[in-house]
Design a protein. Structure first.
Length: 276
């Protein structure tokens, strides 16, 4: 299979980060295992770091359709490879949700029984958030108020910052970047920071595959329309289009403004970025 190693790399990497991250949400909802948002954000960041280290020799470890679109737009990846990357990412995220449900289904049912939650009703958003994301965050309290436009902006801005950091950290002409061995750590740290700031608004998806595939799995497992926020279609605008729009904006800014400035300051003046 052409691009087989890249398909496996993206599938495995996305599986790892979604399973680790969503599991942190699951144990927080079901068992109150974490004391606050930062612990969950840190686990997500560690999950991203582990996934990149595990798979970047197979693929370029995008693990996010928005990142892949940004890489293609920025001429760091051919458009022909984009469907392979994106398909693998959505499949990997779906498999992660399936494994999570296999491990925690008994506890989810027990939690629903204790709290008189009927799966598929609006109250079951409390458990549906283990898989997909909602705005405002169901656990953020009464102070959280965000409109569809505000949620879109939060996801777009968060992904913009994430992609801008990824481009900067993998740009060979950026003399201020850490070594290639440390780049995954700083990408994971960026994810941690962004979740810590944005999660009260939208749960900080920043990744269409991370949101859509687990959400689809929850829909299939009985949550139905409870898994689909804002009249059932808001998630498409917020969690699919928002990250892609932010990623495209970051790619355009970096490719046509920041990267030329970096290259102009380099000794050779030539493009010197590695595989992204």
């Amino acid at each position: 299979m052409k691009y087989g190693h890249e398909f496996i790399g993206e599938l495995l990497g996305t599986f790892l980060l979604v399973f680790i991250g969503c599991s942190s949400v699951a144990v927080s909802v079901l068992f109150s295992a974490h004391a606050g948002l930062f612990q969950i954000a840190l686990i997500w960041g560690i999950g991203v770091t582990i996934a990149i280290y595990a798979t970047r020799h197979l693929s370029c470890a995008h693990l996010n359709p928005a990142v892949s679109v940004a890489m293609a737009l920025g001429r760091r990846m051919t458009w022909q490879r984009l469907p392979v990357y994106v398909a693998a990412q959505f499949i990997g995220a779906f498999l992660a949700a399936a494994l999570l449900y296999l491990l925690f289904s008994g506890s989810i049912s027990q939690y629903e029984g204790i709290h008189a939650i009927v799966r598929g009703t609006p109250q079951s958003i409390k458990t549906a958030q283990i898989f997909g994301e909602f705005y405002p965050n169901p656990g953020a309290g009464a102070a959280a108020a965000v409109t569809l436009g505000g949620a879109f902006a939060a996801e777009a801005v968060g992904t913009f910052i994430l992609v801008l950091m990824i481009f900067s950290l993998t740009e060979g002409c950026n003399l201020g970047r850490p070594s290639d061995n440390l780049c995954p750590f700083f990408i994971g740290l960026t994810v941690t920071v962004l979740i810590s700031v944005l999660a009260p608004l939208t749960q900080a998806g920043l990744n269409p595959a991370r949101d859509f595939s687990p959400r689809l799995f929850a829909w299939l497992m009985g949550w139905g329309t409870a898994a689909l926020p804002d009249a059932h279609y808001g998630f498409l605008i917020v969690y699919m289009l928002g990250p892609v729009a932010g990623a495209m904006a970051a790619s355009t800014l970096f490719t046509f403004v920041i990267e030329p400035l970096m290259q102009a300051k380099s000794l050779s003046g030539k493009a010197c970025r590695p595989c992204a």
